[in-house]
Ligand binder design. Structure first.
Ligand SMILES: [Ca+2]
Length: 184
């Protein structure tokens, strides 16, 4: 049974053109987020400015592939970026790993916190996990967190927030993923 699961996982991986096996650094299961939301390669996916920011796809600036999500701060008291596809992407209970990459483009003391919201079939939040990234510099930095999606989880959504920064500051995010973890 375990062998079949891994074979299926590798077959799925092979079909994901946005997930080059040469740079894969995560478990070989599919991302719960869709390809554009995760990779920003052809657009901004489901990302939408929530407060204190404007967003865009940043071509030629990427941790993976050719583009990332540019987040430009427009207010001094914090910012947020969310998804527009409430109640989120299909999900299942059990062990997961969430990860993203981020870097500062302008500004100091910038950080990104990713909130992972697990919801039931009606869209009610069951539990949320917070993944806090490091203080960002010019180099890409990775943040990751292992978590267990609660029983009855059928949807997952994420948002990105920060409490530091000034108008005109900017940062970039790429390689956003939530993967279910194979049985060990
Ligand atoms: Ca990318």
């Amino acid at each position: 049974m375990r062998l079949q699961r891994w074979n299926l996982a590798w077959a799925l991986l092979g079909s994901l053109t946005a997930c080059d096996p040469a740079v894969v650094d995560h478990s070989p299961t599919s991302n719960l987020l869709d390809a554009e939301t995760a990779s920003l390669e052809a657009g901004v996916g489901h990302w939408t400015a929530w407060y204190g920011t404007k967003i865009s796809r940043a071509p030629g600036a990427a941790r993976q592939g050719e583009a990332s999500l540019r987040i430009e701060l427009t207010e001094p008291y914090g910012w947020g970026v969310a998804l527009d596809n409430y109640p989120g992407f299909p999900a299942t209970p059990g062990a997961h790993r969430a990860t993203f990459w981020a870097r500062a483009v302008r500004g100091s003391s910038l950080r990104v916190e990713m909130r992972v919201s697990w919801r039931d079939a009606r869209g009610e939040e069951l539990q949320a996990h917070r993944l806090a990234g490091p203080v960002l510099g010019a180099d890409w930095a990775n943040a990751r967190l292992e978590m267990v999606a609660p029983a009855n989880a059928e949807r997952v959504s994420v948002d990105l927030t920060g409490s530091e920064g000034d108008p005109g500051d900017a940062l970039e995010v790429d390689g956003i993923s939530i993967h279910s973890q194979p049985d060990r």
